[in-house]
Design a protein around this ligand. Structure first.
Ligand code: PMP
Length: 364
């Protein structure tokens, strides 16, 4: 039986990519060793990291005045690195909180403001309605001199997305793009900084990508060299040993995405997959999607529920028996969630819809 992995991350990777990794596992291109054994200062790895960056630049059309850095610590470490680097000199920073991860970013900023001199401010939040839509705000309330406006482009847990970026009164947007990078087309020059953990659309956990406009790089050293964007950028992500194997896998994924037609092609495919599931949910009186504004629905993470908690539990149990893995909703919200990133196949969504139909018939 085919296993369909609906995990929100670490998530399914393209099989052709895994096959290349398998083929190159014991002897990477006649080097006599695996990528894991290559020195990060070797010619082979130099080619890997440079081509990974180049491919990402092509895929996202990253302008030349942006640096691309490969870091560790997950997207979560960026919650601290961003204020440390960008909000120097007693600056204000706004947070648009549309989901649990955005709230974590804001909470971390508040915590940091006790140590460094900056002022995080909650711009708007949809927490009161369990983050069931993207909150809005009036751009006039934003101080033009602020360091940044932080937002999450895709709320992984709640299944909402910002497709059209808000007016921020000229203040740079800093975006957590962890769960829809390379899945939805954005214009990089609309952002001051983009960051993403790799484990959803890019590769294995352990690599974090930061794309930052050069003029926003910190003027002064920050707390620690490892947390300093300028040091990381000046050293081409080789200040210390980078997550070499993860960067190699990311390069393979970038090549694969490019071979399929790039981000536009991914987005088209993702819309098709998401529509299949949303259309089914919308015509059903049994299932519902908790997002209150249809235009905010994510095409990457689709949460849904049955009429009762008991049925949700039963659904999760029976789905697992059918090898639909990791479809259980995040522990904070319950229900179900289908994460259907770039590498998730249309056939998997079709199989899920067939299963949902049969489950509804049996239990309605
Ligand atoms: N931001 C978003 C939008 C996420 O979905 C996640 C993880 N699921 C994180 C941040 C945290 O990422 P990490 O585990 O890489 O720190």
């Amino acid at each position: 039986m085919t296993v369909y992995n609906f995990s929100a991350g670490p998530a399914v990777l393209p099989k052709p990519v895994l096959e290349v990794a398998q083929k190159e596992m014991l002897d990477y291109r006649n080097s006599g060793m695996s990528v894991m054994e290559l020195s990060h200062r070797s010619a082979e790895f130099d080619e890997i990291i440079k081509s990974a960056e180049l491919r990402l630049r092509e895929l996202m059309a990253i302008p030349d005045n942006y640096k691309v850095i490969f870091l560790q610590g997950g997207a979560s470490l960026q919650f601290s690195m961003i204020p440390l680097n960008l909000a120097q000199k007693n600056k204000k920073a706004y947070y648009l909180v549309g989901g649990s991860w955005g709230k974590k970013a804001y909470t971390e900023a508040v915590k940091l403001a006790k140590t460094i001199d900056f002022q995080p401010e909650l711009l708007a939040s949809s927490e009161e309605t369990v983050f069931n839509h993207i909150p809005t705000f009036d751009a006039k309330t934003i101080d033009k001199d602020a360091a940044y406006v932080h937002l999450t482009t895709n709320n992984t847990i709640e299944g909402t997305t910002i497709y059209d970026l808000p007016d921020t009164n000229g203040v740079p947007i800093v975006a957590d793009m962890s769960s829809n990078i390379l899945a939805v087309r954005y214009n990089v020059s609309d952002f001051g900084l983009i960051y993403a953990g790799a484990q959803k659309n890019i590769g294995p956990a352990g690599v974090t990508i930061v794309i930052v406009r050069e003029d926003l790089l910190n003027d002064e050293p920050v707390l620690s060299s490892m947390l300093d964007y300028r040091i990381q950028a000046d050293n081409d992500s080789l200040y210390n040993t980078p997550p070499t194997y993860g960067i190699y896998m990311a390069r393979l994924v970038f090549d694969y995405v490019a071979s399929l037609g790039g981000v536009d092609a991914m987005e088209t495919k993702n819309i098709e997959k998401a529509n299949l599931l949303y259309d089914f949910i919308d015509q059903s009186e049994f299932y519902s999607n908790p997002v209150s504004v249809k235009a905010d629905r994510s095409i990457c993470n689709i949460p849904f529920v049955t009429p009762t908690d008991e049925l949700d539990k039963l659904f999760n149990k029976e789905a697992l028996e059918q090898d639909f893995k990791n479809i259980k909703g995040h522990r904070s919200v319950g229900g179900m969630r289908a994460s259907i990133y770039n590498a998730f196949p249309l056939a998997g969504v079709e199989a899920l819809v067939a299963f949902m139909k049969a489950f509804e018939e049996k239990n309605k």
